[in-house]
Design a binder for this molecule. Structure first.
Ligand SMILES: [Zn+2]
Ligand SMILES: [Zn+2]
Length: 426
C-alpha cells in the first residue's frame, strides 16, 4: 500500500488499544479535581504569538526554538500553544472571570505543541492536564494545590512519588539573586547553551542537564538565601501547612521551573524509572503574569500533568489501569432484609463520594468477606438481624483488623466519617 502521505514527524495517533488508558487517566484527574471544586475551561489551540512571548519571556528556550509560529492569511503572527497556562490567563482576563467569585479554580486538558527533537516518549504534540487557582495569594492555596496533585498521583496508583518544593522569590528579591548567580557563573566553564543563557536566562542554567553544568550549579548560591521577608514568610506558611497535613516534601533549592513567569512557590512531583528521576507533574505560583498581560494584580498558581508521561510511567510500574481505586467500603449482609438495608447505606456513601458496594449475588457472609478481601475494600461493615434492631454495626478496617461500632441509623455518615478521619491522622 502506498499512501499519499504519512503522519507528520513527532506526532502520534492515539489508537483504541491505548485510548482507554488515556481516558482512564484523564477521568481520574478530572474526578479528583472535582472534589476540590475545579471547573472545566477550554481555550483555543491557537493564540496571538505575543501571548506566549510575553508569558515565557523572549529569552526562554520555548520561545527561541520550540514554538509552532506562523503568519495567518491576514498577516498576523499566530502560535499553536506550547503550554496551557498563558491561554487560560488570557481567557480569564478577557472574559472578566477574575471579577467574579474568587478563588477561581479551573482545569483543562489541552493539546500542546513544541518543535523539539522527537525522542522516546516525547512528541511534538502532547497533552497537558492543567489545574489553575486564581485570586489567592495565601500559602493555603499552594498547599491545597500540592495536596490535590498528591492525591491525583496516589489515585492513579503511581509508586515511589517524591515531592520537591522551593521558593524562587518575587521580582524584588530575585533581582539580587540573579545578580549573585550571574557573578558566580560568569567565571565558570559552562556548556555552550548555558554561555548564551548567562546573559538572558540565567535561572535556566540551574536546570541544565549537562553534567559539567550540574556540577558547577551544585555550588551556586541558593535562591532561598536571597528571599525578602514577605517571600520568606510565604514559603514558611506553605511548609508549615504541608507539614500539618502530613505531606512529606524535600526542600530542593535547585528547582526553578522552565518558565520565567513563576514566582515564589515552585514544586515538582517525580518518580524513579531505572535510576532516572522523572518529573510527573510540576507547577508553581505566577502572581505577576496577569500584569504582564496588561491586567491588574491577580495572584495565581497552577500545575501541569503530562498525560503521555503518566501513561509511560504507569506502563513501566505495571499499574493496572482498571482497578486503581480500591473499594472504600464493602457492606456484608447476613439475610435478605439486611441486604436491602446495605444497598441503602451504599447509596448514602456514594452520594458523599465514598465508593461502596454490597452483595448482589445473595452469597453467604463468608464468601462476601472473601470478595471484600479480593477487591481490596478498605472497610467492611457487617449487617444482620441483630444489627438492624440495635441500629449499630461493626465496621472492620481490613488491613489492621481494627474494629469500630458505628450507627447505621441517622448518625451513620457522621460515624463513618469520624472513623475514616483516623486514616488521615485526625
Ligand atoms: Zn520577594
Ligand atoms: Zn549547561
Amino acid at each position: 500500500m502506498r499512501l499519499i502521505s504519512s503522519r507528520i514527524r513527532g506526532m502520534k495517533d492515539l489508537l483504541p488499544e491505548e485510548s482507554e488508558k488515556w481516558i482512564a487517566v484523564c477521568e481520574t484527574i478530572r474526578s479528583e479535581a472535582r472534589l476540590y471544586d475545579f471547573k472545566f475551561i477550554r481555550t483555543p489551540v491557537i493564540e496571538h504569538t505575543e501571548i506566549f512571548e510575553r508569558s515565557a519571556g523572549d529569552s526562554s528556550d520555548i520561545v527561541n526554538k520550540e514554538m509552532y509560529t506562523f503568519t495567518d492569511k491576514g498577516g498576523r503572527s499566530v502560535t499553536l500553544r506550547p503550554e496551557g497556562t498563558a491561554g487560560v490567563m488570557r481567557a480569564v482576563l478577557e472574559n472578566g472571570l477574575h471579577n467574579q467569585t474568587l478563588p477561581l479554580k479551573l482545569m483543562y486538558n489541552s493539546s500542546c505543541y513544541r518543535y523539539e527533537k522527537p525522542q522516546a516518549g516525547r512528541y511534538r504534540e502532547f497533552f497537558q492536564f492543567g489545574l489553575e487557582i486564581f485570586g489567592s495569594s495565601s500559602p493555603l492555596a499552594d498547599t491545597e494545590l500540592i495536596c490535590l496533585a498528591g492525591s491525583i498521583l496516589q489515585r492513579l496508583g503511581i509508586k515511589n512519588i517524591k515531592l520537591d518544593i522551593n521558593s524562587i522569590g518575587c521580582v524584588n528579591c530575585r533581582k539580587n539573586y540573579l545578580e549573585a548567580i550571574k557573578t558566580y557563573f560568569a567565571e565558570k566553564n559552562l556548556c555552550e547553551t548555558c554561555k548564551i543563557r548567562l546573559e538572558s536566562n540565567t535561572l535556566r542554567i540551574l536546570d541544565c542537564k549537562n553534567s559539567k553544568c550540574k556540577e558547577i550549579s551544585s555550588k551556586a548560591p541558593l535562591v532561598t538565601d536571597y528571599l525578602c521577608t514577605e517571600c520568606e514568610d510565604h514559603f514558611n506558611g506553605v511548609k508549615d501547612s504541608l507539614k500539618s497535613l502530613g505531606i512529606d516534601y524535600n526542600l530542593n533549592p535547585r528547582i526553578v521551573r522552565g518558565l520565567d513567569y513563576y514566582s515564589r512557590t515552585v514544586f515538582e512531583f517525580s518518580t524513579d524509572i531505572e535510576d532516572t528521576s522523572l518529573v510527573i507533574c510540576g507547577g508553581g505560583r505566577y502572581d505577576g503574569l496577569s500584569e504582564l498581560f496588561g491586567g491588574s494584580y491577580l495572584p495565581a498558581l497552577g500545575l501541569g500533568i503530562g498525560i503521555e508521561r503518566v501513561l509511560m510511567i504507569m506502563e513501566h510500574q505495571k499499574i493496572n489501569f482498571e482497578h486503581n481505586e480500591p473499594l472504600e467500603v464493602y457492606i456484608a449482609a447476613a439475610d435478605d432484609k439486611s441486604r436491602l438495608y446495605a444497598l441503602k447505606l451504599c447509596e448514602l456513601l456514594r452520594k458523599s463520594s465514598v465508593s461502596a458496594e454490597a452483595d448482589l449475588l445473595e452469597r453467604s457472609l463468608k464468601s462476601q468477606l472473601k470478595y471484600a478481601d479480593k477487591v481490596g475494600a478498605y472497610y467492611t461493615i457487617f449487617l444482620g438481624q441483630e444489627e438492624l434492631e440495635k441500629g449499630e454495626a461493626k465496621m472492620r478496617e481490613m488491613n489492621s483488623k481494627k474494629e469500630y461500632i458505628i450507627s447505621i441509623g441517622e448518625k451513620f455518615l457522621e460515624d463513618f466519617l469520624s472513623v475514616q478521619l483516623k486514616k488521615f491522622g485526625l
